[in-house]
Structure formats: C-alpha cells, structure tokens
Ligand binder design. Sequence first.
Ligand SMILES: [Fe+2]
Ligand SMILES: [Fe+2]
Length: 398
Amino acid sequence: MATKLKLAVIGDPHIAIPYGDPDPRLEIDPGRKLHGLSVELIHATVDAINAAGDIDAALVLGDLTRDSELFNHEVARAELARLRMPFYLVAGNHDRLHKRPKGVSYPDEPHLDTRAFVNFYRGAGLPGDSTRYAVELPGGVVLIVLDSTWSLKQLKQEKGNTKLQDHGWVSKAQRLWLDDVLSNVRGSGRLPLVAVHHTIMAHSPAERKKHLLRPFFASWRARGSRKLRRVLADHRVPLVLSGHIHAQSVNVQDGITNLTTAASVCYPHAWRELVFENDCIHTTSHPLAAIPSCMTLQESSRRWLAEGMAQMVEQHSRRIPLLARLSSGLHDFIQDTGWWPRFCDGTLAGFRVDKKSIPNGNPMLKLVYKRITNILNEYGAWKTKRPDPNTLEIPLVD
Ligand SMILES: [Fe+2]
Ligand SMILES: [Fe+2]
C-alpha cells in the first residue's frame, strides 16, 4: 500500500517561561499543566519528531502559550522553528487576549491578539494572513484549519461574558467558507483533513445535558458544532483533529472521526503520527519517556496529574456544606482510582471502580461515594464503547 503522507500532530504546548524567580503564576495549575517544564517538553517533542526522520509535515493544535504573552510566543516560535519539515498552526483560546483575574495575568507585558498573532507567525506556521486557511500537503491531502476562538470584541457582543473566553464557537461565516473549500477539494479528487482547536462532538459522558459535571466540561465542544458536522458530513470529511481537552480521545459521529491529541505540557505528553495510505489513516501515539529535568516523566507526571485532579475535587467539595467534611477522603478516593490519568492517556476503556472499595461509614457517606463511583464507572462504560484513541485506524471510503 502506498503511503501518501506522514503527519506529526502536537497538542497544546502552553509555553510558560518563569517570569521572576520563583514565578507564582506557574503554580496556579498544579499537576495538570506542567508550565514549569513546558519548554523542555516542546523541545523534546520537536526532537522526537525530527528523529522520526520521514515525517512530511507537522500540525500544532493551538494554545501555544500560557495566555498569549509575547515573551512566551517568542520561545514557542523559536522551538517550533526547529522542526525540520513544514508545520502549521491552529489558533487556540490561549492564543488570544484574555481578561484574567489579578495575580494570574502579566499586566505589564504585551499580549498578542489575533491580528498580532497572525503577523507574528506568518510564514512560521501560518501560510497566509488568517487563522483560517487551507494548505496543500503531500499525497493529495488538503489541510483545512478553522479558528474556534472568541475575541474579546466578540465577547462584548455576548454581553461581555468573559466566562466564554475559553469556550469555542464556529461561526456561520466559517461554515460557509468551509463548505466552499470542501466543494473545491472534493471536486478536484483530493482528500480533506480538518483541524480545529475545540472539539466538535462529546468526548465524555459529562458533556450531556443535566449531567452533574457538565459545567466543568462546557468549554470543550465548540458552539455550532452540530451545524459544522452537517457541512463536514456532506463532503464526507473522514477526520477532524482537535486539541484543547488535553487528552488522547476519540469519538465518531455522523461518519466523522474527531480525534484529540494530549497537550505536550500534560500527561501523557504524547505526540501522534498519522500515516495516510490509500484506504486508511493509521494513527500511533508517542508519549515522551523523559526530559532532562524529569527522567521518570511518565510515572511522575501521571502521579502529579492524579494529585492535581484530586486536589481540585477536594477544593470544590469543601465549598459544598454537605460534602465539606468528606473532602479529604474524596481526595484520596479519586486519586486512588486513577480515573483522570486514564482519561487523559486514552486507556479508560474497561475502567470500573469496584463498589467494594467504597469506604465504610454512615449512610450519607455511602450515598456520596456511590454517586461518585457511578459517575466514574459511566466514564469507563462510555469509553469502552468507543475506539482506542492510541491505535486508531480510520477507513477512507469514497
Ligand atoms: Fe484550549
Ligand atoms: Fe490547552
């Protein structure tokens, strides 16, 4: 079978260099984004892709920096320039001007908004003067990149709701543009491959309406994604690549596969290799084994991630009067299940928390743990019904 294209995919690098020593801002997201190691992680990812030797092109799925600071973009651009093949960028929600609370932002430093972002990366990841573009790859594949981010100006039109700044949306104008491009690509017998930072379908059971955890995952899927899928399905687009959720994940809907790649800055620090052949796209995951500052990267980062998620659950439960006194027990319970690391590394299929592991205690305590166990087990069941995101094969039928 003739190989048409080998594509490397890099998830959210979130470059954040220390700004002051120590920089307390790098500790704001403990355990989940390894901001303090972000430069080493992208450096090692680029090295690994270059070492693979026969990659034709690379794609970076957005969120290049912590919050679009110019000083972080300068590092991101220099690191990505080390790639020895053409590479392309998707704009992420962290590649925009943000309104952040005091103590989180760098108020005296320049930040890039979309126009400045385009100027900064033109010819260094962006082929033209827009964050939405189509570009020819080897093997008759056309990469079509959408921009699913909100600008602060657009948010003003949404009554200035800054909570939406990390959410995604795909406007009608973009869908019309996409429809046009896809007609052209399909009309000329080429294969379309679409990339967009936010997801375009659910990647967890918690995204369904009325789910208890839905508010935490509402920013994952782009608004307008159902209409977007209609356009993609009309043109038989087989694969849409997304970042943003920092996990190895896949779902299939309307005949479209939406594949996400973990952030380079987060466990499991995996980049993907996509091999396009005549009748199939084969995908392989490549987790980084080590970086100079952490020779046990997989093991350590997995533990930090589990601790980070457990801390978050503990903090949230402390604010709920009925759960406050259970919060430290919940912390240990969530951490021990390994639920979140397995969600992120794409191995949650078959996951099930044994109800026997629920701590003994009063009926109220049992009820809370049972509810949590049901939620976690629903994740396991949901993922079991979907393909394995680490060794996926996507058939190309015409
Ligand atoms: Fe994002
Ligand atoms: Fe991100």
